[in-house]
Write a protein that binds this ligand. Structure first.
Ligand code: UT7
Length: 368
């Protein structure tokens, strides 16, 4: 008897959007931008996006989306991976605290930095971990609060990006099941590292408070150059993963691309040969949410039951690095769940200056 080799199966899907909606007109007015609702809609396909309130962090969105994914699967994770460009802090990673807040004990947990390709990089890593027996139920989360790193005066980025989180809980299964990951492709090209970047805050420019201006802390993107790369890389990677999987493009019944710009998505789908009725997403309502973009589109499409479980599906993404990735899978049977953000208790968000001795009166007030 031939043994079917195990693969990863998407068993649960969850999402979380912060409640505050910013329309194109809100974004224009806030930055006094030389733009219009009409321009943003026709050139990007975006009508509105979400922006987290000040007391909601990337981790808060991640916890809610992850909890929803676990409920969707009626199972608990044994590894947590958070793909994000906007971690709660530079150190430590956001994932261990997300795992702790989910009550997962001491499971391994780490962040993954591949900008907008982060979620598909995460699925690729999780699939390999399942296939090699390292874990059995990895939770892959894409979570972002770009509102914290976007310059409201920069019309190249302010009109595009939004906040949110999506998550998928995986398990071991076989290729015949709905939700089975049947192929992956990924890559990077560091020669384009300046096309999408934040100048300050890393080891190259580590002293922002004293030497650098505020501008250096903002996310910057050379839009037109990125546009061309995005189309080229997502098309090539999609064709590569279809080739590895043995699916002709015409067999793909559901296509979800990284929600950067509707014109980019249409261009990629046209080049691959995906019919318009097979293209799904919610870019118009959430904007570009970077690592959260693909799982948010998955959750939205599944919630509206637009695709039948088992349908051959292609996911593709492109982002800073430059990075790109594509995943071939069959549409999962999981019913998605959505939760509101889960803000952490205010006490624990305050920075602790452990190098100073805490005066005894502070101790007595906090413990009373
Ligand atoms: O998520 C990671 C990957 N990110 C992406 O893939 C995003 C890629 N880039 C884009 O989505 C697009 O390049 C943008 C949305 C950033 C810009 O759209 P575009 O169609 O590439 O615009 P463009 O830079 O080619 O500019 C076309 C025109 C220019 O005016 P002229 O020279 O034709 O008079 C720009 O000055 O549109 C003007 N323009 C704008 N006008 C109103 C550029 N941005 C804006 C704006 N509002 N926000």
């Amino acid at each position: 008897m031939t043994r079917v080799s195990p693969t990863a199966v998407i068993d649960g899907i969850g999402s979380c959007l912060p409640p505050r909606v910013l329309t194109n007109e809100d974004v224009r007015r806030r930055g006094v931008l030389d733009t219009t609702d009409e321009w943003i809609r026709t050139r990007t396909g975006i009508a509105r996006r979400r922006a987290a309130e000040d007391d909601i962090s990337t981790g808060d969105l991640a916890v809610a989306a992850a909890r929803a994914a676990q409920e969707s699967a009626e199972a608990r994770a044994d590894l947590v991976l958070v793909a994000t460009t906007t971690p709660d802090r530079r150190c430590p990673a956001t994932a261990p605290e997300v795992a702790q807040r989910l009550g997962l004990g001491t499971v391994p947990a780490f962040d993954l930095a591949a900008v907008c390709s982060g979620f598909l990089y995460g699925l690729t890593v999780a699939t390999a971990l399942i296939r090699t027996g390292v874990c059995t139920r990895p939770l892959v989360i894409g979570a972002e609060t770009y509102s914290r790193i976007i310059d409201p005066l920069d019309r190249d980025t302010a009109v595009i990006f939004g906040d949110g989180a999506g998550a998928a809980l995986l398990r071991a299964g076989d290729r015949a099941e709905p939700g089975a990951i049947t192929g992956t492709d990924w890559g990077s090209d560091g020669t384009g590292s300046d096309l999408i970047s934040i100048a300050a805050g890393g080891a190259r420019l580590p002293d922002p408070a004293r030497r650098l201006c505020r501008e250096d802390h903002y996310f910057r993107m050379r839009g037109r150059e990125v546009y061309g790369q995005a189309v080229r890389r997502m098309t090539a990677s999609s064709l590569a993963v279809l080739d590895k999987t043995g699916w002709p493009p015409a067999a793909v019944g559901a296509f979800i691309g990284h929600q950067a710009n509707q014109r980019i998505l249409d261009s990629v789908a046209d080049r691959i040969g995906i019919a318009p009725r097979c293209r799904f997403g919610n870019l118009r309502d959430v904007g570009n949410t970077a690592a959260a973009s693909i799982p948010l589109a998955l959750a939205d499409t599944a919630a509206h039951r637009r695709v039948r479980p088992g349908t051959r599906t292609l996911l593709t993404a492109f982002g800073g690095g430059l990075t790109w990735a594509s995943v071939a899978l069959t549409w999962p049977a999981a019913g998605p769940r959505a939760h509101p953000p889960e803000p952490r208790s205010t006490n624990s968000t305050k920075p602790r200056h452990t190098h100073r001795r805490t005066p005894s009166w502070t101790l007595s007030t906090t413990t009373s």
